[in-house]
Design a protein around this ligand. Structure first.
Ligand SMILES: *Cc1c(COP(=O)(O)O)cnc(C)c1O
Length: 449
C-alpha cells in the first residue's frame, strides 16, 4: 500500500506545457485601459520582461525550462503525490483520492513555481527592482524568496486586512528581504484617491494591483509581477500537472476528475492544463475548478472584457469577472478573492472543456479538519475548497457505488493562517454568499468595448 509516489530530481519535467496552441482559437487580445485598443508588446514592456511577454503569447506547445530554474526548483521539486488512504477510509468511499502537495515549497504554496522564473527572466533583462501586490501574503512571500535569489529589490503592496490579520506572512516577506506596505497606502495616486473616499478601506486585490502597477509604471528601473491570472503564470505552474501525470503513471492510474481551487486560476491551470491536453485529444477526464461562494467569479460572474484592477491602470482582458471594483467580503480564503479569472481558464469553462462549482466557507473548513485529522496536513484556507471538492466527489462515488479516481491539487499549507482555523473552531466563522444584486451593480461598470 503505497502512500507517497515520488519522482527523482532527474525525472523532473524539463519543459512547461503551453495550452494556447491547443485551444479552439486564440484568446481575445488584451486591450489598453485608456484607448481600449489591442495592447502591443511595447505597451506591456513597461511592466514585464520580453521573455515573459513572449511566453504570454507563444504558440509553441512545449517551452524549455532553463537549467538555472530547474536548479532552484530542485530545492522542493518534484513535489510528492500522495494517495489519501486514510481520508478514503474515513469517508468509506470506493474512490481513490490522490493529492499533489505544493506546500513543500519554501513559501508553503505553489506560487514559488512562477515566482522563480519571473525573477529569473527579469534579472536576465537587467531589472533590479520589482513592485507587486499580495492578498493573503503567499505571493508576496514567494516572490520575496525568488527576488532574494537573484538580488532584486522587491516592494510588496499587501491588502490591508490581510496585513493586519496575518502578521507572520509579513514577517516571512521581510525575512527574505522585501519591503511590505499595507494597501491602500499613501505612496501612490491610486492609494491616495481610495483613502480619500474611505480612510478605513480594508483594501482589495484590485486596489493593491493598481498601486503596484503605478509604482512600476512610474519608476524606470522597476517592473511589475503578477502571481496568477496571466498565461505565463499558468505556463510555469504546469510543472504540477506534468509531474502528477508521471506519478500517476507510476501508480498505474489515471484520474476521472482533476480538482483545484481557483483565485486567479493558476494552481488549477497548473494541474489541469496538462490533463486538458489529453482531453482535447480524446481522453475522458473532468476538470473541476472550485471557488468560494463569497467570490463566485466563474459561477456567477459575466464572461466579458473587464479591467484587471480597480483604478483601470492595467490591461483590459476577456474573462469571467465580478466587476473591477468588486471588494470581496473578509472571508478567510484570502487568496481566492480576485474579481477576475485567468482568460485561459475562462475560455475553457466557457467552451465546456472545464467546469466550476462554488462552496461556502464553513463546509470547506469542515473538510479541511477531516483532512487534517486523517492525512495530517493542515491545508491553506484556499486549498480547503479543493479538499471539499474532492470529498464531495468521493462521497458521490460512495452513493453511486462507483470506483472513481480523484486527483486534486493541495496548493499550500495553512501554517501561517491559523487565525482562520481559530475562528472556525470557536464557531465565529459565518457563511456568506455574495448577493446577486451586488454583482449586478458591479457588472454595470464594465468597459464598453
Ligand atoms: C494564491 C493561492 C491560491 C489561489 O491562487 P490561484 O492563482 O488561483 O492558484 C490557492 N491556494 C494557495 C495556497 C494560494 O497561495
Amino acid at each position: 500500500m503505497q502512500t507517497k509516489i515520488l519522482l527523482t530530481e532527474q525525472e523532473m519535467p524539463r519543459q512547461w506545457y503551453n495550452i494556447l496552441p491547443d485551444l479552439s482559437g486564440p484568446l481575445a487580445p488584451p486591450l489598453h485601459p485608456v484607448t481600449l485598443k489591442p495592447m502591443t508588446p511595447q505597451d506591456l514592456s513597461v511592466l514585464f520582461p520580453m521573455a515573459l511577454l513572449e511566453q504570454e503569447m507563444s504558440d509553441k506547445r512545449w517551452i524549455d525550462i532553463p537549467d538555472e530554474i530547474l536548479d532552484v526548483y530542485s530545492l522542493w521539486r518534484p513535489s510528492p503525490l500522495y494517495r489519501a488512504h486514510r481520508l478514503e477510509k474515513a469517508l468509506g468511499t470506493p474512490a481513490k483520492i490522490y493529492y499533489k502537495y505544493e506546500g513543500v515549497s519554501p513559501a508553503g504554496s505553489h506560487k514559488t513555481n512562477t515566482a522563480v522564473p519571473q525573477a529569473y527572466y527579469n534579472k536576465k533583462e537587467g531589472i533590479n527592482r520589482i513592485a507587486t501586490e499580495t492578498g493573503a501574503g503567499q505571493w508576496g512571500s514567494a516572490l520575496s524568496f525568488a527576488c532574494n535569489l537573484y538580488g532584486i529589490e522587491l516592494v510588496v503592496y499587501m491588502v490591508k486586512c490581510s496585513y493586519e490579520a496575518k502578521p507572520y506572512r509579513k514577517s516571512m516577506i521581510e525575512t527574505w528581504g522585501a519591503k511590505v506596505y499595507p494597501s491602500p497606502t499613501n505612496k501612490t495616486n491610486a492609494g491616495r484617491s481610495i483613502l480619500k473616499q474611505d480612510p478605513n478601506c480594508p483594501g482589495s486585490l484590485g486596489i493593491a494591483i493598481s498601486e503596484a502597477v503605478e509604482d512600476a509604471a512610474t519608476h524606470d528601473d522597476t517592473h511589475y509581477a503578477l502571481g496568477s491570472v496571466l498565461n505565463h503564470v499558468l505556463l510555469h505552474q504546469t510543472i504540477i500537472g506534468l509531474e502528477a501525470k508521471l506519478q500517476l503513471k507510476k501508480a498505474g492510474d489515471y484520474p476521472d476528475v482533476v480538482i483545484g481551487c481557483v483565485g486567479g486560476g493558476s494552481n488549477f491551470g497548473g494541474i489541469a492544463n496538462p490533463f486538458a491536453y489529453d482531453k482535447i485529444n480524446g481522453k475522458n477526464v473532468r476538470l473541476l475548478a472550485v471557488e468560494p461562494a463569497a467570490c463566485p467569479t466563474i459561477t456567477k460572474g459575466l464572461y466579458a472584457y473587464d479591467y484587471g484592477d480597480s483604478t483601470k491602470l492595467g490591461p483590459v482582458v476577456e474573462m469571467y469577472t465580478l466587476g473591477h471594483d468588486f471588494v470581496p467580503p473578509g472571508i478567510h480564503a484570502g487568496g481566492l478573492r480576485y474579481h477576475g479569472m485567468s482568460p485561459i481558464i475562462s475560455k475553457c469553462v466557457k467552451e465546456g472543456l472545464m467546469e466550476a462549482e462554488a462552496y461556502t466557507q464553513k463546509m470547506c473548513f469542515e473538510s479541511a479538519i477531516l483532512f487534517a485529522k486523517s492525512e495530517g496536513i493542515i491545508c491553506a484556507p484556499e486549498s480547503s475548497h479543493a479538499v471539499n471538492g474532492a470529498i464531495k466527489e468521493a462521497l458521490k462515488a460512495k452513493e453511486e457505488g462507483k470506483e472513481k479516481t480523484i486527483l486534486f491539487n493541495l496548493s499550500g499549507h495553512g501554517y501561517f493562517d491559523m487565525t482562520s482555523y481559530d475562528k472556525y473552531l470557536s464557531g465565529q466563522l459565518e457563511d456568506y454568499e455574495y448577493p446577486a444584486a451586488e454583482i449586478k451593480k458591479a457588472l454595470n461598470k464594465l468597459p464598453k468595448v
